[in-house]
Design a protein around this ligand. Structure first.
Ligand code: AMP
Length: 305
């Protein structure tokens, strides 16, 4: 089944305990579509970049089968820029700088060829744009998933509250779940957030895995304990891309299949953090992905005697 992703395509400048990068390619939609490309061949992107965005990166996306017809290039503008610095434990980071640039007045045009997509991933971007994309779909997709972050909660909470009732799955991290609900307990937070609209909620907990909530059902997926985490940037988006890519490829949105999808998403995220930026996501093989999924299976399975 086909997937449509909207979100940032960006330049990032990162600092982790392992090093510093100048401007490298990042952005939520970059990570999502790259991760999803390992699952679905109908992988459509809507985003905006400036004239400073390298055509070689667009070629890489295209070589992964990503449809870039909906990627607008504003020759006169500059690409969205984000800069972040990680703390020693790498679970927390500070945003140093955000320059919306061409994303500031992004009009998300959906090409006709994208209409009818069954799976819609509203990746991290302004909630008003996320809603506009949904409004512009001629038919409502079978599954709509939304990812957001504290930045938008700080400056656009009413817009976020307006789009939440329209989505099926929300992914946020633990800190954002607490911020959105005003509750510290993630279980209580989940109940409050699900009342705002999304019937399914995924709370990402970085190196401590992810929780999947639906009604009164809960599933927990661990994160793989890696010897070295080089750069966590994009892990959440890569997770989302793996999750929705897997759902789209199997076309099964049952809770049981979401459990499998969350493991595939976690496996993809575990690759992402091994190198800076999206480098590791560009050259994966199906064999590597399947092997890593098996590591997850053995990590969390046991028998009751
Ligand atoms: P993640 O580490 O999965 O939360 O995502 C990191 C990516 O999100 C980076 O590549 C950034 O370019 C992108 N990003 C950071 N802030 C924003 C924002 N306010 N809106 C959209 N994308 C953002």
């Amino acid at each position: 089944m086909s997937l449509l992703t909207v979100g940032s395509v960006a330049f990032d400048a990162l600092e982790t305990p392992f090093g510093k990068t100048d401007k490298i390619i990042g952005g939520a939609a970059t990570y999502i579509t790259l991760a999803a490309s390992y699952f679905t061949k109908a992988n459509n992107l809507v985003a905006v970049v400036g004239g400073d965005f390298p055509s070689e990166m667009i070629d890489i996306l295209v070589s992964h089968g990503i449809n870039t017809e909906g990627l607008q290039i504003k020759e006169e503008g500059k690409t969205f820029f984000w800069s972040g610095k990680y703390h020693e434990d790498m679970n927390t980071r500070d945003t140093i700088d955000v320059q919306l640039n061409v994303m500031g007045n992004f009009d998300p045009i959906i090409p006709d060829s994208y209409q009818g997509c069954e799976y819609l991933m509203l990746g991290n971007t302004a909630p008003a744009i996320q809603k506009q994309v949904l409004d512009r779909m001629n038919t409502r997709p079978k599954l709509v998933m939304l990812d957001t972050m504290n930045f938008w909660m700080d400056i656009a909470m009413p817009d976020l509250e307006a789009v939440l009732p329209l989505v099926d799955v929300l992914t946020i991290n633990d800190e954002e779940a607490r911020m959105l609900s005003g509750e510290y307990s993630l279980r209580k937070a989940a109940n409050i957030i699900m009342k705002k609209g999304p019937k399914t909620l995924i709370i990402k907990k970085g190196e401590h895995g992810a929780l999947l909530f639906q009604g009164d059902r809960i599933f927990f997926a661990p994160a793989l304990p890696l010897e070295e985490v080089f750069d966590p940037t994009g892990a959440g988006d890569t997770f989302a891309g793996g999750f929705i890519g897997y759902l789209a490829s199997t076309d099964d949105i049952s809770f049981e299949n979401m459990k499998r999808a969350i493991i595939y998403g976690s496996a993809m995220a575990s690759f992402c953090v091994e190198k800076f930026g999206s480098e590791r996501l560009v050259n994966l093989t199906e064999k590597e992905i399947n092997q890593r999924v098996l590591e997850f299976v053995s990590l969390a399975s046991f028998e009751i005697r």
